[in-house]
Design a protein around this ligand. Structure first.
Ligand SMILES: [Fe+2]
Length: 335
């Protein structure tokens, strides 16, 4: 419900709708959740000129997850210390991906294969050493891949066909990143206000927190016990935390990491969010993540074909997803 209130009564977390004269030259969006004191001050200053403010009381901001979930992190980390990747190697990996993504001479299939391989090499090294500098460099390289997906439909389609189905975390990250950015392109093609570069990086880095989950748990073929499950289910928060600690990505794109295992019916983790509480970016990543898990080969299961995976998602798991986003995801495979 829309309400008009005095700007002095605004608080962080309210959803404001600003008229055109409010936003000209201010850098503010037309409507948004107030998330920091600077925005609050800016709106209050503007209200001195333009008067009262519209808010939408139906829109509820989910508080920054770090406050609501940090109690789950027991600080336990039994991973081996990581060796930093030499600067020259880092630069070579980044440059390989950038060059492959910008190469005009290859056929779509050859280019997709080269981009995929370079992205996989980059993510493998990044997972071995996720320093702030490396995350930043990777974000720039992923930006080139995003540009290619946005500009070149044929190579974007080919990219969905060259994905590998082993189940290394870095392979999964590239698959989910590529699928998610193709889906985001389809969903947001007539919208503005999405930073696709930032978004692409969020999709590729959604599982970074798995570096804090022991491999014995990550790769365990059987059922996880209660402790192992707890360690596993905290990885979205750990991904979010790594991105926050290294000051990478906007808060909105860090939420991809935090929410990619939430489910529309409230059965996901770590916060058991439901429906509208889950950001659209988290919902996109969730669908790509499930699809890639189903089509991956594991030690205890064969890989499903794309048709089998999509059928199971539609017939048995649809309550986990936003239906319209899932419908658009299926259309990605119709070419
Ligand atoms: Fe995950």
């Amino acid at each position: 419900m829309e309400k008009i209130i005095d700007a002095q009564d605004l608080t962080i977390g309210m959803y404001v709708k600003l008229r055109q004269e409010w936003i000209q030259g201010t850098g503010l969006s037309k409507e948004f959740f107030i998330t920091d004191p600077g925005q609050l001050r800016q709106i209050r200053n503007l209200s001195l000129r333009f008067g009262k403010v519209y808010i939408d009381t139906d829109k509820k901001w989910t508080p920054s997850p770090i406050e609501t979930i940090s109690h789950l992190d027991d600080g336990h980390n039994d991973m081996a210390p990581q060796q930093p990747v030499p600067v020259a190697t880092r630069h070579r990996l980044v440059s390989n991906l950038q060059q492959a993504a910008a190469d005009p001479s290859m056929t779509p299939m050859a280019k997709a294969a080269a981009v995929y391989q370079s992205a996989r090499d980059l993510m493998q090294a990044l997972f071995a050493s996720p320093t702030a500098e490396f995350i930043k460099d990777s974000k720039n390289a992923i930006g080139s891949l995003v540009d290619m997906v946005l500009e070149d439909d044929d190579t974007a389609t080919a990219l969905l066909k060259v994905t590998s189905h082993d189940f290394y975390t870095y392979t999964h990250s590239v698959n989910v990143g590529a699928l998610s950015i193709c889906l985001a392109k389809k969903l947001f093609q007539h919208e503005t206000g999405h930073d696709m570069q930032e978004l692409g990086a969020g999709f590729f880095l959604h599982d970074l927190g798995k570096i804090r989950v022991p491999l014995a748990i990550l790769n365990k073929p059987g059922r996880l016990d209660e402790y192992e499950m707890k360690r596993m289910r905290i990885h979205p928060y750990q991904s979010f935390k790594i991105l926050q600690e290294t000051s990478q990505l906007s808060e909105e794109c860090r939420v991809i990491a935090m929410q990619h295992h939430e489910r529309d019916d409230g059965t996901g983790y770590p916060l058991r969010l439901r429906g509208e509480q889950i950001h659209v970016y988290g919902r996109i990543c969730c669908i790509a993540d499930v699809y890639d898990a189903l089509t991956a080969k594991r030690s205890y299961k064969e890989a499903m074909s794309p048709y089998q995976a999509l059928s199971i998602m539609r017939n048995e798991m649809l309550h986990h997803f936003h239906k319209e986003i899932f419908h658009n995801f299926v259309l990605l495979f119709s070419k």
